[in-house]
Design a protein around this ligand. Structure first.
Ligand code: ADP
Ligand code: MG
Length: 258
């Protein structure tokens, strides 16, 4: 289970012990309703893999959890803090949620170590020594303990993505969001990134993972959420949703990707 216990602050609503509670979440862009009422409660230490067709709202859902998108209505509560409360201090709230994107978004002009220390120092106010200690521990965790002085361009895509994961971890998030973290990688580089994510799951990190790696979802997820047209079509253990899907739409999707 997670090593949570970080101070929550803000308004406390929802299921008291949930890591993430999403309630009746709607998101429209103009007249297009992309999320049409999503409910999801994620327990501390739980791994939920989100699968679904292109355009179904997977990225929008993740982006609403850390408020990269502002929900049109509904609520998102992370460790007791209502992100969607207008009084919520958004920058502070966002710190509790780490995000890893398909494109690694490293600062190309900074060394690997500086990529990991800059936000710790600027946002968390850690001094250089402390930030570097945390950075090195997280580089070790993703198997790149020796590469702190490298420039991102000297690393493979898979290594860069592992740096991006270490960078997110260095902010001590209580939840990690992954949006197709291996989709931009050459096939031979995917395995190392998935191994790092497996390790995080084993260590009890709460994770929401959008992925097309169905085998990974089957092995690592506690639950799989199949989303289509902005609605949760099916949610349950991988043995059910992937192994024995109930809904025709889930079956059709899996037949296409498996
Ligand atoms: P997925 O990640 O499942 O492929 P997205 O969440 O990225 O789907 O997108 C869902 C739908 O919302 C798509 O039709 C997309 O075009 C639309 N959409 C996403 N972001 C925006 C935006 N910023 N402005 C307008 N439409 C958007
Ligand atoms: Mg997407």
């Amino acid at each position: 289970m997670s090593t949570a216990g970080r101070s929550a602050g803000g308004t406390s609503t929802g299921t008291a012990d949930a890591a993430v509670q999403i309630t009746d979440l709607h998101k429209s862009f103009g007249s297009v309703e992309v999320l049409r009422g999503i409910d999801l409660t994620v327990a501390p230490g739980e791994v939920v893999c989100i699968i679904g067709p292109s355009g179904s709202g997977k990225s929008t859902l993740l982006r609403c959890v850390n408020l990269l998108e502002t929900p049109t209505s509904g609520s998102v509560v992370v460790e007791g803090r209502e992100m969607t409360d207008p009084d919520c201090e958004i920058d502070e709230a966002r710190r509790s949620v780490g995000m890893v994107f398909q494109s690694f978004n490293l600062f190309s002009h900074l060394s690997v170590l500086d990529n990991l220390t800059i936000a710790q120092r600027r946002v968390l106010g850690r001094d250089r020594a402390e930030a570097e200690r945390v950075a090195r521990a997280n580089l070790d965790r993703v198997g790149l303990g020796e590469r702190g002085s490298a420039q991102p361009s000297q690393l493979s895509g898979g290594q860069q993505q592992r740096v991006a994961i270490a960078r997110a971890l260095s902010m001590d998030p209580s939840v990690m969001l992954f949006d197709e973290p291996t989709s931009a990688l050459d096939p031979e580089l995917v395995g190392d990134v998935l191994d790092v994510m497996r390790g995080l799951a084993r260590d009890g990190m709460t994770m929401l993972v959008v992925t097309h790696e169905i085998q990974f979802a089957r092995e690592v997820a506690d639950r799989v959420l199949f989303i289509d047209g902005g609605l949760v079509v099916e949610l349950g253990p991988p043995a059910d949703v992937i192994g024995n899907p109930r809904e025709p739409r889930t079956r059709e999707f899996l037949a296409r990707v498996l």
